[in-house]
Structure formats: structure tokens, C-alpha cells
Write a protein that binds this ligand. Structure first.
Ligand SMILES: NC(=O)c1ccc[n+]([C@@H]2O[C@H](COP(=O)([O-])OP(=O)(O)OC[C@H]3O[C@@H](n4cnc5c(N)ncnc54)[C@H](OP(=O)(O)O)[C@@H]3O)[C@@H](O)[C@H]2O)c1
Length: 255
């Protein structure tokens, strides 16, 4: 992994932040994106550089404008000479999900459309741009963060859940079509993980208690539970895994 480059969307917080740490610890250079937290991004760059001696740079990206990925990759090209891994991780929340994060009868096309754009369309453009660069270095690995909310009913989650289902299908198509270029594509699907995205749920404390009760391993998932699996999916050790959704949920999707 030493000297390779990871591009990851949403590296400032939650699962993305844990993945940045995990890859840097393994000698991988990192280009990550942020949306609102520019100051935090600068701090992360300084911290990671000092701790792991890898190259790390932050770029502003809005996944509600998927085409803007192209300009971000052009910037990345100026700073890094290769792209080996791409992790589509960022997720929208707050005002942009109004009408999309809601019970079924209160869903509105605009909110739903935003979630689909940020989840599926951003993955497509981000992965296309990554694949063009991976081809030049003989291959690579792409991972899309998904969620078990497309398998297990979760309150207000139909917009996200249905978009993640679509994302997983897109992953299988991409995996099939990019395999001849030695580029693997997989989805990493988490059960509920304790991050800002979940803390924003109006009934978070109630939800957390229910998740713990329903999880055979007896606690709530943390970002650090996901990061080593993302790393594994980019390593040669997982080479024969392609076009799959790997579920990491402490066993909760069966109970
Ligand atoms: N949390 C869970 O329970 C859970 C479970 C399974 C799967 N997942 C998936 O894992 C991924 C990460 O989730 P998380 O819980 O770690 O999220 P999070 O803590 O809410 O972090 C979201 C990240 O996305 C960035 N972001 C927000 N709005 C954006 C926009 N418009 N354009 C570009 N970037 C934007 C944020 O950047 P700023 O800090 O700059 O705003 C931040 O880095 C998502 O795909 C999510 O669906 C989460």
C-alpha cells in the first residue's frame, strides 16, 4: 500500500475520517474532500502528515453537483501522480434532505432527488474519473459506502435506503465493466454507526438503545469498525472479491 494514493469523499468526519487514518497508517497518500469544514480539513492534513509522514491534501466538493468532481480530480492531478483507490463516502444531511428523510407519506421529489444525486450520481462521476486514472497505473479498487437501511426498515430512511439499493446495483455494473481494466468495485454496507449522520436522527437516543438491543455483538457500531474493512477491500488480499456488497453490522440485519 506504501506510496499509493486514495481519493475519498467526505474525509472530515465519521467513517471517512476513520478511513483517512487507517489508510495513512498503512503508508497511503490521501486526497480527501470536505464540504463545509475547511478549517477542520487543514487540521486533519497537519495531524496526519505529522503522525504518518504521508502526503495528504483536502479539496472542496459538493456531491449535490456531481459534475464538479471533474474539476476536483484535475486539482488532485496537480498534487498526486497516481490514483489507486477511490472511496465514495460523503453523504448529505440537514436542509438538503428535507422531503427525502421522512416517513413514506411525507416524501417529496426534491428531497428524494437530492439524496439520489448525492448517493448514486456522485458515485458514478467520482468512480468514472478515478477509473480513468487507475487504468494508467494498471488497476485499482473502488469502494462505495452503503447501508443496511436498504434491507432493514429504518424510520424516515426510505430515500436513503432506496438510493443505497440503487448504488449497490450500480456497483455491480461498474465492477463487471471495469474488471477488464483490473479495477475492482465493491460496496461496504454498514449497520447503524455512531456518527454525526446518525446523531442527526430526531430520535437518536431511542434508536441507539434499540440498535444495541438488536445487535448480537451487544453495542453500536463505530467508524473504526468500518475503516479496516475498507482497507481490506483495497488490498490485494481481497482481490477475488468483486461486485459484492460486504455487510458489517455486528449481526443486526438478521435480528
Ligand atoms: N452513520 C451510519 O449509521 C452509517 C451506516 C452505514 C453507512 N453509512 C454511510 O457511510 C458514509 C459516511 O457516513 P457518516 O455517518 O460517516 O457521515 P457524516 O459523519 O455525516 O460525515 C459526512 C461527510 O460528508 C461530507 N459532506 C456533507 N455534505 C456534503 C456535500 N454536500 N458534498 C460533499 N461532501 C459532503 C461531510 O463534509 P463536511 O464535514 O465538510 O461537511 C463529511 O465529511 C455515508 O455514505 C453513509 O451513508 C453510514
Amino acid at each position: 500500500m506504501n506510496g499509493k494514493t486514495l481519493v475519498i469523499s467526505g474525509g472530515t468526519r465519521g467513517i471517512g475520517r476513520a478511513i483517512v487514518d487507517q489508510f495513512a497508517e498503512n503508508g497511503v497518500n490521501i486526497a480527501f474532500t470536505y464540504n463545509s469544514n475547511e478549517e477542520e480539513s487543514k487540521k486533519i492534513c497537519a495531524e496526519i502528515e505529522a503522525k504518518y509522514r504521508v502526503k495528504i491534501k483536502a479539496y472542496k466538493l459538493d456531491i449535490l453537483e456531481p459534475e464538479s468532481y471533474k474539476a476536483v480530480y484535475e486539482e488532485i492531478d496537480k498534487d498526486f501522480d497516481r490514483v489507486d483507490f477511490f472511496i465514495s463516502n460523503a453523504i448529505i444531511s440537514g436542509r438538503s434532505v428535507v422531503g427525502g428523510f421522512a416517513p413514506f407519506m411525507r416524501l417529496k421529489p426534491k428531497g428524494l432527488n437530492n439524496i439520489y444525486t448525492a448517493t448514486v450520481l456522485a458515485f458514478v462521476v467520482g468512480a468514472q474519473e478515478a477509473a480513468k486514472r487507475m487504468e494508467k497505473v494498471g488497476g485499482g479498487s473502488i469502494v462505495a459506502l452503503s447501508s443496511t437501511g436498504n434491507l432493514v426498515h429504518t424510520d424516515n430512511y426510505s430515500g436513503h435506503g432506496s438510493s443505497k439499493a440503487s448504488l449497490e446495483t450500480m456497483v455491480r455494473y461498474a465492477a463487471t465493466e471495469l474488471a477488464p481494466k483490473n479495477i475492482r468495485v465493491n460496496a461496504l454496507s454498514g449497520g447503524p454507526i455512531e456518527t454525526d449522520a446518525l446523531r442527526a436522527f430526531p430520535n437518536f437516543e431511542e434508536l441507539k438503545a434499540e440498535v444495541i438491543k438488536r445487535t448480537p455483538l451487544g453495542r453500536m457500531g463505530q467508524a473504526e469498525d468500518m475503516a479496516p474493512i475498507a482497507l481490506f477491500l483495497c488490498k490485494k488480499d481481497s482481490y477475488w472479491i468483486n461486485g459484492q456488497t460486504i455487510i458489517a453490522d455486528g449481526g443486526s440485519s438478521f435480528t
